[in-house]
Design a binder for this molecule. Structure first.
Ligand SMILES: *Cc1c(COP(=O)(O)O)cnc(C)c1O
Length: 391
C-alpha cells in the first residue's frame, strides 16, 4: 500500500508466465499490434505511434526526451516535486538549455504561470509530470495543450503515477508525448514503459532518422542531427513497431505479455470505471487517515486519487512504524524523498490494491501501530470513516 510499486494483478503475473516466442513469430507481431491498439484506449488517443519502450518508466522518459531534444534546445520544466527534477536532469543530459520554474512541494501550477514561463523562455519542449508521487499532487493539464500549440511548443508529460487512476486525455488535452509505467495504477510490475506520440512529434523525431549500419538500406537517407542514444532512438523504435518491423532490440516478451494484460484488464473494466474506482478507494483512505486524527500533506483538492501523504505524528518513529506495518501486518507503506523524507508517510490505493478490503485492513493496522507508538488515535476512527465513504 505504498506509492508504488504495488502488488501486480494475479492475471498479469499469469500472463507473464506464458511460453516465450520471438519477435518475428506472427503471434508475437499480432500481440504487438494488439498492444498498440489497447494502449491507444489507455492513453485516450488515436496516435498511430503508441507502443512500449522496454525498461522501467524512466526508459520512456529518456526515450521521449533524447529523441526530441537536440543539444542547445531550450526546455521548460515546471517542477513541483522530485520527478520534475528528474525531467530537468534528463533534459540536461540530452544537452538542453533547461529552464525550471518551481512551486512549493504540495502545490501545483496555474496555467497562467506556465504560459508566462513559456513566453519568457520560448522553449522547444515543455516537459511536465502529471502526478508527482513524491508529493502526491496531480497537475491539471487540460489547458496546457492549447497554450503549447499557440506558442509552437512540443508538450511532453510523464503520467507514470497518475495514468488509469486519474483522468488523462492525451488527444483532447493536446499532449504530444505521454509516457507511463505499469507499476502504479496499471496494476503490473515495473519494466515496461507505454508511450504515445502525436504525428507532430513523430515528424520531429523522424526528422532525425539515422538507421544503424548493417540494417540500413539505400532508401533510408540520414536526416537531421542523430539522436544521442541507440536504445532509446524512437525513430528506429517506431519502425520496429511499425509495418517495416525494422530490427532493433529483442522485444522483452514477458513484459509485453504483462503490459498487454494490464491494458486488457483496464479495457474490460473501462477507463472511466477504473478512475472512479481509484477515486472511491482514495477517498476512503483519505477519510480514514483523517478519522484516525492524522493531518494530510499538501493541497488536498489537487491530490492524485491513488495516493495520500500524511504527516508522521509527533513522537512516532516513522521508519520503526513502517517496519511494524510490514513485519507485523504484511503491509508496506512509504515515506517520501528530499525535504519530505521522514516527515510524511505515503499510502497508496492503486491498481490491484485499490480495493475496499485493502483500505480497511491498512487503516486497522495503522491504528494499532500508532497506538503502540504512543500517538493519540481515535479508536476505530479510521475504519469507521472509510466505511462511511463506502456506505
Ligand atoms: C513512480 C514514478 C516513476 C518511476 O520510474 P521508474 O523508472 O519506473 O522507477 C517515474 N515518474 C513518476 C512521476 C513516478 O511517479
Amino acid at each position: 500500500m505504498g506509492p508504488g510499486p504495488i502488488n501486480a494483478d494475479p492475471r498479469v503475473l499469469r500472463a507473464m508466465s506464458a511460453p516465450l516466442i520471438g519477435q518475428y513469430d506472427p503471434a508475437m507481431t499480432a500481440y504487438m499490434t494488439e498492444t498498440m491498439e489497447l494502449y491507444r484506449e489507455v492513453f485516450r488517443t488515436a496516435n498511430q505511434q503508441t507502443f512500449l519502450v522496454d525498461g522501467t518508466s524512466r526508459a520512456g522518459i529518456e526515450a521521449a526526451l533524447v529523441s526530441l531534444i537536440e543539444p542547445g534546445d531550450r526546455v521548460l520544466v515546471p517542477v513541483f516535486g522530485r520527478f520534475g527534477h528528474l525531467l530537468a536532469e534528463i533534459s540536461e543530459r540530452c544537452g538542453a538549455e533547461v529552464h525550471t520554474v518551481e512551486v512549493e512541494w504540495g502545490q501545483v501550477f496555474a496555467p497562467e504561470q506556465i504560459e508566462a514561463a513559456i513566453l519568457d523562455v520560448r522553449p522547444k519542449v515543455l516537459a511536465i509530470v502529471q502526478g508527482d508521487t513524491a508529493t502526491t499532487m496531480c497537475q491539471p493539464l487540460a489547458d496546457l495543450g492549447e497554450i503549447c500549440a499557440r506558442h509552437d511548443v512540443l508538450f511532453y508529460c510523464d503520467a507514470t503515477a497518475s495514468i488509469a487512476g486519474n483522468e488523462l486525455a492525451t488527444d483532447d488535452w493536446g499532449i504530444d508525448i505521454v509516457t507511463a509505467g505499469l507499476q502504479k495504477c496499471l496494476g503490473g510490475p515495473s519494466g515496461s514503459a507505454p508511450i504515445t506520440i502525436s504525428d507532430r512529434a513523430a515528424g520531429v523525431i523522424n526528422g532525425r532518422k539515422h538507421i544503424e549500419a548493417g540494417i540500413r538500406t539505400d532508401d533510408d537517407p540520414e536526416v537531421g542531427r542523430r539522436i544521442g542514444s541507440n536504445y532509446f532512438d524512437l525513430a528506429m523504435i517506431m519502425d520496429y513497431w511499425g509495418e517495416k518491423r525494422l530490427n532493433h532490440h529483442t522485444e522483452a516478451t514477458s513484459m509485453l505479455y504483462g503490459a498487454r494484460e494490464c491494458a486488457r484488464l483496464l479495457a474490460a473494466e473501462g477507463i472511466d470505471a477504473a478512475v472512479e474506482r481509484h477515486r472511491l478507494h482514495g477517498a476512503a483512505m483519505l477519510a480514514g487517515v483523517q478519522g484516525l486524527g492524522m493531518t494530510v500533506f499538501g493541497d488536498v483538492d489537487h491530490k492524485m486519487n491513488n495516493v495520500v501523504a500524511v504527516h508522521i505524528p509527533d513522537g512516532i518513529d516513522g521508519d520503526a512504524a513502517r517496519a511494524s506495518m510490514l513485519v507485523d501486518y504484511g503491509i508496506e507503506i512509504g515515506t517520501s524523498f528530499g525535504p519530505l523524507h521522514g516527515k510524511v508517510w505515503r499510502i497508496g490505493t492503486m491498481g490491484f490494491n485499490a480495493r475496499k478490503d485493502a483500505v480497511l485492513l491498512t487503516l486497522a493496522a495503522l491504528e494499532q501501530v500508532l497506538r503502540a507508538g504512543g500517538a493519540p488515535v481515535t479508536p476505530g476512527g479510521g475504519v469507521g470513516a472509510a466505511q462511511e465513504v463506502y456506505a
